[in-house]
Design a protein around this ligand. Structure first.
Ligand SMILES: Cc1cc2nc3c(=O)[nH]c(=O)nc-3n(C[C@H](O)[C@H](O)[C@H](O)COP(=O)(O)O)c2cc1C
Length: 227
């Protein structure tokens, strides 16, 4: 990314950001949203300038990851600056970074005043996180954990959908990381994950995973969660 001055490396060139945003917003008939980080590094947190540029360009919503480019994924996301941006521009703001639970989602929404949140890694292996957050926002308590069988149904449907969407070769490969994320919370699953990663056929992936999951079904009523 840095070699091409694309993605968050673009934060170093504000006039170019302005030119790109103005051009794209004018060129397409649909709302254009922007996602970026707080800045290039700790000395150059230029998100407030970028937010003003975005507002003037007619960007429809701005998602902000609470880290700088050089931070990569180290340390914890910072939300203070996102709160400041929310106050300083008239633009829907979505807060992003390290939101992995309903409790954290509420904390970030309160701390930033953001209009919404964006979630990446937190949803890996638990796509029901979004529904859990919605429930927590409405009821101020966590929902019941996913029932074991309901979670299995989601996981197997997700696996079949990956085969359909990416094709047999790509789907089998991409499924390995997703199934790895699901099984990361399942006790004593490391050996099976290694075996699963050797399978190169979609039906065999489905059959082996289904059989593996069923070995837990008499013992566990609920799927595992860490919030
Ligand atoms: C596998 C992966 C791919 C990503 N791809 C992009 C991308 O194409 N564009 C982007 O702006 N951010 C991308 N991100 C960054 C995320 O959108 C997000 O800002 C970052 O992971 C922090 O949020 P999180 O803590 O909820 O994961 C990616 C992150 C991951 C883990």
């Amino acid at each position: 990314m840095q070699r091409f001055l694309a993605g968050s490396a673009l934060l170093q060139n504000e006039p170019l950001v302005e030119e790109i945003l103005n051009t794209v917003v004018k060129a397409v008939p649909i709302p254009v949203t922007l996602k970026t980080r707080l800045g290039w590094n700790d000395e150059h947190k230029n998100i407030s300038t970028i937010a003003k540029i975005a507002e003037q360009a007619g960007i429809a919503a701005l998602a902000i990851h609470g880290r700088t480019r050089t931070q990569m994924y180290n340390g914890e996301a910072q939300y203070d600056l996102i709160a400041e941006i929310k106050q300083s521009v008239n633009l829907p703001i979505w807060a992003n970074g390290d939101i992995t639970s309903p409790q954290k989602a509420v904390q970030v929404l309160q701390q930033t005043g953001a209009d919404g949140i964006m979630i990446g890694r937190g949803a890996q292996g638990q796509p029901w996180l979004f529904a859990d957050i919605q429930y927590f926002l409405q009821h101020h308590e966590l929902p019941e954990k996913m029932r074991f069988q309901a979670a299995c149904d989601v996981i197997l449907a997700h696996l079949a959908a990956m085969h359909d969407f990416y094709g047999d070769v790509g789907g089998v490969r991409i499924a390995r990381k997703h199934i790895g994320w699901y099984l990361a919370r399942v006790p004593h699953s490391a050996d099976f994950r290694k075996q699963f990663n050797q399978i190169d056929n979609p039906n065999a992936q489905l059959d082996k995973l289904s059989a593996f999951l069923q070995t837990y079904s008499s013992e566990y009523e609920f799927w595992w969660r860490d919030y």
